[in-house]
Design a protein around this ligand. Structure first.
Ligand SMILES: CC(C)(COP(=O)(O)OP(=O)(O)OC[C@H]1O[C@@H](n2cnc3c(N)ncnc32)[C@H](O)[C@@H]1OP(=O)(O)O)[C@@H](O)C(=O)NCCC(=O)NCCS
Length: 171
């Protein structure tokens, strides 16, 4: 297995994997299947997206994105991670996240956050193994197919280096 930075050429593969996650109705409020053309817009030149490959085939991805668009939260990034259905539970998510964490830190991120459906045990377990802290639970935070669902907020503080760089930029 290898991991690498993703490029827009990976958009179709990422779309297929994300759409499987959507169809499972277990990990996102998003309900419409995605096309590669939508995924291309995720590449903003700031936030890293990474893919995990087995024998040259993309089997998982992890990506960071804007958390809240204000300058004081510039180093707090939201993230997502999805593994192709046939490859789950075989270490792909962990490897993709390891790489995303490293690339995010190198790019100046000082905290990764996400919101996980409270029933998503595989994701909560993976985040726990990676050192994420469960900050708390938002009750009835959104509706999935008409049912109100709780989400768990998770966060991982990244290295001193990114926070020091932000301090320096402030003078
Ligand atoms: C959640 C997800 C990304 C995890 O990736 P993965 O490749 O399946 O997980 P890994 O094989 O790297 O395993 C990481 C940890 O999660 C645990 N895990 C994986 N699948 C699990 C399952 N079905 N139930 C319980 N724990 C599970 C593993 O046991 C491992 O923990 P351990 O080291 O204590 O054994 C993947 O299952 C997935 O894509 N699910 C659908 C989409 C999704 O939920 N994305 C997250 C949105 S927040």
């Amino acid at each position: 297995m290898t991991t690498r930075s993703a490029t827009p050429a990976d958009a179709d593969a990422i779309a297929r994997i994300y759409t499987e996650g959507i169809e499972d109705r277990a990990s996102t409020f998003d309900t419409h299947p995605h096309a590669g053309t939508e995924i291309v817009e995720w590449f903003d030149g700031i936030h890293p997206i990474v893919v995990a490959e087995r024998e040259g085939v993309v089997v998982g991805f992890a990506g960071a994105s804007t958390y809240i668009p204000t300058e004081w939260y510039a180093g707090v990034w939201h993230f997502d991670v999805y593994v192709a259905r046939a490859w789950r539970g075989r270490g792909v998510g962990r490897e993709a996240m390891d790489r995303l964490i490293a690339e995010s830190e190198a790019a100046g991120c000082w905290k990764l956050v996400s919101r996980i459906l409270s029933t998503n045990d595989p994701s909560r377990r993976l985040m726990g193994r990676l050192g994420f802290r469960e900050v708390g639970i938002h009750r009835n935070h959104g509706r999935l197919d008409g049912t109100w669902r709780d989400v768990v907020v998770v966060e991982l503080l990244l290295g001193e280096a990114a926070r020091a760089a932000a301090d320096r930029a402030d003078g």
